[in-house]
Design a protein around this ligand. Sequence first.
Ligand SMILES: *Cc1c(COP(=O)(O)O)cnc(C)c1O
Length: 397
Amino acid sequence: MTDPNDRGKNGPKNGPYPQTISAAYGVAIDAGFGAVAPPIYLSSTYEFAGYDQPRRYDYGRSGNPTRDLLAEALARLEGGAGAVITASGMAALDLLAGRCRPDDLILAPHDCYGGTMRLLKARAERGHCSVRFVDQGDEEAFEAALADRPALVLIETPSNPLMRVVDIEALVAQAHRAGAEVAVDNTFLSPAIQQPISLGADYVIHSTTKYLNGHSDVIGGAVVAADRGPIEELRHWANVVGSAGAPFDSWLTLRGLRSLFPRMEQQQANAMAVANYLERHPAVSAVFYPGLASHSGHAIATRQQRGFGAMLSFEIVGGVPAVRRFIESVEFFTLAESLGGVESLVSHPATMTHADMGEEARGFAGISDSLLRVSVGLEAEQDLIAGLEKGLSACRS
Ligand SMILES: *Cc1c(COP(=O)(O)O)cnc(C)c1O
């Protein structure tokens, strides 16, 4: 395999467009046979060239060509200096959280991903670091929390499941003034729509399980760092703890990544159509989608995103009995957790993704029992709307 980073002396100075990186990074670099699709390297170990002569790769936990290809593609898409590919999104978060020392504070959003909250609380309980959850949309509360001098601020925007949007650039500036590093979980939008490093973030975290792979057949994660130093440290740490992603998963994710841009474009167009349909429906009392002018985050999202993504949530009239009837009757939306695949999914946060947090915390976060979340896929918009109509007309019966 020749080095895909070598664009040759005639290569573009500032690198190709992101769509090109996504579709073709690492294509046709196979020196052995001229394979167009990058080959997969499953080998756990590598032959030394001779006595005391290791080659570029020696052992699969510390490095793998397939995994490195995905890492470099993601780093370029996010505009970072490098990336580490991990076995899951949680492993990516833990790679960052694991660097913290007992006197370090992590400041996380009050409505962050449930698994993230569980991980940070578990680390804090064991004395590995301390953690505080704050409403980052409340400027005064955020500024007050920064007085505690956090080492790391974690941002998630749009949030799950209400799609609250926060201003990354403003929060990063505040956090940097207080001496904190900033990581943004960019899972809900992908670099096709939002690039936190260009807004000042030090790290981007992904659950590649979602849009980056996009086909609901891999669990994976990534940390992208803006600077070279931290990426070396994170790569070292991933080798120490053994949390690197598997080569086959990396290969599948790279395959999924090829169509990231057209998928995102079509899925968010479908989501906009679904949101407009839901907003006018009498059986729906609220729709949470940043693409709607009625959404609290619409102005910020318009500024900091290249689109509004394909995740949305809505409340239906009639409480739990109506939710049950909707779920029994809706078509083309499969009842399942997760998101970001080519197929549309519906979930009920109160009994699924957000069941663990308890009723009181859900109330505080604004997650009612009537709330449904959808991940809008690539199906025909007309089918998706017809499928929702089946569900919503059953609500009233
Ligand atoms: C799914 C998800 C994670 C966790 O990723 P896994 O791949 O499931 O470990 C983290 N953050 C967000 C926003 C997610 O949606």
